[in-house]
Each structure stands twice: as structure tokens, then as C-alpha cells.
Design a protein around this ligand. Structure first.
Ligand code: NI
Length: 139
């Protein structure tokens, strides 16, 4: 357990009341843990915004595999980037729809560029990249 520092923060009462309601809905036991998570999230977002930052993350894609050549295109693209794609999970949601989750590891800018290319492919209905880091910023 790292050494803890105590701080006093001045916040408008209604803002704090809204925050307390939100963290209760999310299941936080206390305000301190919620504040710590907000600070970590802010530090991580800044960290992965640096182009050469080492990052890990997930890319979630939803697509219709009947769209012409999309499956082949996706497979070929992923083989071309096999160094950054640690693993993939493919789920056939129904007759048309596929859910694919890719676990990525590499430089933040490379992962962002890869994700942008896949998300913009014709037939991809929804895509979202989530980047994070392991280690230093997460005390
Ligand atoms: Ni499928």
C-alpha cells in the first residue's frame, strides 16, 4: 500500500451532490476511491496521447460478414499487423452480425492508426478503441 496523502478540495455543493449520486450508482464504497480512479484515468489518457507511448488496449468491432470481401480484408490487414495484435476473439452474434475484439499492444500512435483503418472499412458498423497503459501512471 503506497503512502497516502490527504487533500482538501473546494467543490460547489450541487456538483459534489451529483458526483456522490453518480458514484453510488456505480457502486463505489467511498468518495476517495472514486477520486483516485478519476485521477488515474486522467493520467492514463494523457500518457496514451503521446504518440510513442507504449500502450495496450482493445478494439471492438461490429460488422456484417456478408459485406463483400470485408472478412478477407480484415484478415489480411490483421496478418499485416500481427506484431501488434496479441489476440482476437470473434463471436457470431446472429446470421449477419459479427463481434470482434482485438487485444493490441504497441506504440499508441500505431494502434490508433490501425484502429482508424479498420473502423473506416466499408461494412464496419461500429468500432471503438480503448487504450491504456500498464505500470507507472497507475499507482
Ligand atoms: Ni462471425
Amino acid at each position: 500500500m503506497p503512502e497516502l496523502a490527504r487533500i482538501g478540495v473546494a467543490i460547489p455543493a450541487d456538483l459534489l451532490a451529483s458526483f456522490d449520486q453518480q458514484i453510488e450508482r456505480r457502486g463505489y464504497q467511498n468518495r476517495s476511491e472514486a477520486f483516485r480512479d478519476l485521477i488515474r484515468d486522467s493520467l492514463i489518457r494523457e500518457s496514451v496521447s503521446a504518440p510513442n507511448a507504449p500502450a495496450v488496449g482493445t478494439l471492438t468491432l461490429i460488422y456484417d460478414h456478408h459485406v463483400r470481401q470485408l472478412s478477407d480484408k480484415l484478415t489480411e490487414f490483421q496478418h499485416d499487423h500481427h506484431h501488434q495484435i496479441v489476440s482476437t476473439i470473434h463471436v457470431h452474434l446472429d446470421h449477419h452480425s459479427c463481434l470482434e475484439v482485438l487485444l493490441l499492444k504497441g506504440k499508441a500512435k500505431d494502434l490508433q492508426a490501425m484502429a482508424d483503418k479498420m473502423i473506416s472499412m466499408h461494412g464496419i458498423q461500429h468500432g471503438r478503441l480503448m487504450l491504456t497503459v500498464a505500470g507507472k501512471p497507475i499507482a
